[in-house]
Design a protein around this ligand. Sequence first.
Ligand SMILES: Cc1cc2nc3c(=O)[nH]c(=O)nc-3n(C[C@H](O)[C@H](O)[C@H](O)COP(=O)(O)OP(=O)(O)OC[C@H]3O[C@@H](n4cnc5c(N)ncnc54)[C@H](O)[C@@H]3O)c2cc1C
Length: 387
Amino acid sequence: MELHYDYIIVGAGCAGLGIAVRFSLDPFFKNKKILILEPEDKNKNNRTWSFWSREEKFYHGWAIKSWPKVIIKDDQQTIETEAHPHNYYTIRGIDYYSKCKEQIVTSKNITWKKELVSEVKNLAGFNHCICESGNEYLGQHIFDSRFPEKLKLDNSNFLWQHFKGWVIRSTSESFDEETALLMDFSIDQKNETRFFYVLPFSKKEALIEIAIFSEEVLSSKDFDKLIKAYIQENYPNLTFEIIEEEYNKIPMTDHVFSQPDSKYHYYIGGASGSVKSSSGYAFTRIQKQCEKIVHNCKEGKDIILESKDFAPGKYELLDATLLNVIVNERVSGKEIFMRLFAKNKASTIFDFLDEKSSIFQELKIMLSLPWIPFIKSFTEEIRKRLN
Ligand SMILES: Cc1cc2nc3c(=O)[nH]c(=O)nc-3n(C[C@H](O)[C@H](O)[C@H](O)COP(=O)(O)OP(=O)(O)OC[C@H]3O[C@@H](n4cnc5c(N)ncnc54)[C@H](O)[C@@H]3O)c2cc1C
């Protein structure tokens, strides 16, 4: 049987396009046949990605804005701090999709087909992508972004991070462009973890968004009421229009995402467990995964993707511990994050969350948190792993 494609990418989202754009940028792949299967046109701004970084990457230029300073606050205190050597970035989904597409169309060896994949099957040693349309494509390697319909959570900790945001344009200059308000806990926590963030794209334009960590997901209408009240309290008399809205949810879990059984078929992005369980951030992790995949394809190395790639060794345990503390309401998210930022530089926390911290940084982080509840959760997590 003839092999139709060297690489098939199922889903042109953050991960799928992240791989495709790197294939396109690297001359090594110019003789490879590459296929993207995606049901959507990817011409809508369906999300904004925010993340910090201390490195220079090609996609940083696509950010609508970056900020050298961040603020964390609650009703008691405001911590304003330099993010240096990091910057905090926001990339609009639509800009990411368009920039990736602009690059990909320059590669004649990459084909994009509007298809919804219903199944990937290994038949006689070949991976077949079977689409709802009835079409079937064969690929040597399949990179698959389809998120599992149901997660079998077993013993894992789980919370939804659900959120709604408005991008607003005001008639007056109302925002400090230099500073991202990363977490504002000065709202009723309702025994959950609730915070607003305000990302000013200009003096007149900002994303004002609320995120909640909890088991139940709030309705869009209830979120609207909270955003309205927040704007009234913090920006009294602001006249504005809503330009865009974002309402969605992300699973926060230490569940181990497994890879498919068949050879050369790999789950990527969120489907491979890229979302950091303790924070819900995934964008940078996905970019690193894309780099690794493309590097290994080029070097002819085996592509082995595992949940633990994202949070190696001790970090997986520390993430699970932090989530366990929040799930079991031993310490509120508000207290944890306020303590962390009050006692550590932003860069130390970012390095820790990026799994790049030194022992010294980690000790400082541990010392800023209340010991007893963390030891309790840590012990529970160790016990789970030993059973
Ligand atoms: C609204 C929102 C905001 C987020 N904000 C942040 C943030 O600020 N910072 C951060 O670090 N992380 C954030 N995340 C988490 C994470 O970065 C994103 O979920 C990220 O988009 C995951 O990338 P992905 O490629 O796995 O999935 P997606 O980007 O969702 O892409 C999956 C693609 O697969 C396609 N697809 C689905 N089913 C099929 C099928 N059967 N056949 C073919 N194609 C299919 C979809 O149409 C889609 O294009 C956010 C998530 C959401 C939902």
